[in-house]
Design a protein around this ligand. Structure first.
Ligand code: FAD
Length: 302
């Protein structure tokens, strides 16, 4: 069996595997797609010590670093289920079962899509999901934020400090964000809030040039000219394949403690699949290191 088996090959998983392997213990890594969300990212400007890079380039460095160590990398393999017996058993989609003394879950998350025409076509060409990452790309431009929950309103407040104008589109009759956030939002001069707005299409040619929505009250269809659209209708952690024994948040994130331990003994978690407050590359790498050191501590005590 492995000492540490990492499930997920994004920045959290790569970091966890390297930290584990550096302890000289038997380490494996399973990834459906090595690199994770970073593979889908164009410009990265907030990975500290690297002023500017691109997703695939950072993934290549991650891969190179992982290869420096004795880590069994099983890429293009998807974990289907986890069972905790004496050891932790991971069943792969292809039927194989891998056993390990400890497991680190780092399966990441995905942004919930609005699913309207234009969203897919203009991804990274005006359609964005991460204000911390892509906000500065829209400096001085006009953007919309789809979603008036906490993340949407936080994004709008954040963006309002960078861009020329922000239109917030909320499907329901009222914003769902906390009152303090709403108050802050309404105090900003360059933000327009539209409620009862059903997004119908993101328009553009090479890049985004507008958004079309229907006023659900009057059924009137309206078009707003702008250069960017931030979709903020939720983040979905890739934890659906795990059983009920895992404590999760309302949206399915794995609850972890300071060592990265989940509610299942011997199973740790890191990165975007956990209840960490913020989801970023540098943060997921830090939590991957924490989980690996937590798993090592567990191994020497059990
Ligand atoms: P992920 O990167 O999501 O990796 C998850 C891994 O798990 C993948 O290898 C996946 O294939 C694998 N996996 C999932 N399910 C299974 C399974 N059942 N079995 C096996 N493997 C599985 N952050 C920044 O800091 N700066 C940025 O500029 C930035 N820009 C972004 C732009 C975009 C478009 C997106 C989507 C995100 C961006 N982020 C950025 C956020 C950042 O990418 C994430 O916070 C980070 O990748 C999380 O790392 P992770 O390892 O936790 O998960």
């Amino acid at each position: 069996p492995y000492d540490v088996l990492v499930v997920g090959g994004g920045p959290a998983g790569a970091s966890a595997a390297i930290y584990a392997a550096r302890k000289g213990i038997r380490t494996g890594l399973i990834a459906e797609r090595f690199g994770g969300q970073v593979m889908d990212t164009m410009g990265i400007e907030n990975f500290i010590s690297v002023p500017k890079t691109e997703g695939p380039k950072l993934v290549a460095s991650l891969e190179e670093h992982v290869k420096d160590y004795d880590i069994d990398v099983m890429n293009l393999q998807r974990a289907r289920s986890l069972e905790k017996k004496d050891l932790v058993e991971i069943e792969l989609e292809n039927g194989a079962i891998l056993k390990s003394k400890t497991v680190i879950l780092s399966t990441g998350a995905r942004w919930r899509n609005v699913g309207v025409p234009g969203e897919k076509e203009f991804k990274n060409k005006g359609v964005a999901y991460c204000p911390h990452c892509d906000g500065p790309l829209f400096e001085g431009k006009r953007v919309a934020v789809i979603g008036g929950g906490n993340s949407g309103v936080e994004a709008a407040i954040d963006l309002a400090g960078i861009v020329k104008h922000v239109t917030v589109l909320e499907f329901n009759a009222e914003l769902k964000a906390d009152a303090v956030l709403q108050k802050r939002l309404h105090s900003l001069p360059n933000v327009t809030v539209v409620t009862n707005a059903q997004t119908q299409e993101i328009t553009g040619t090479d890049t985004v040039n507008g958004i079309t929505y229907m006023d659900r009250e009057t059924e009137e269809v309206k078009h707003v000219e702008l250069e960017g659209v931030f979709v903020q209708i939720g983040l979905v952690p890739n934890t659906e394949w795990l059983g009920e024994e895992f404590e999760r948040t309302r949206i399915g994130e794995l609850v972890v403690d300071k060592q990265g331990a989940t509610s299942v003994p011997g199973v740790f978690a890191a990165g975007d699949c956990t209840d960490t407050m913020f989801k970023q590359i540098i943060i997921s790498m830090g939590s991957g290191a924490t989980a690996a050191l937590g798993a090592f501590d567990y191994l020497i005590r059990n």
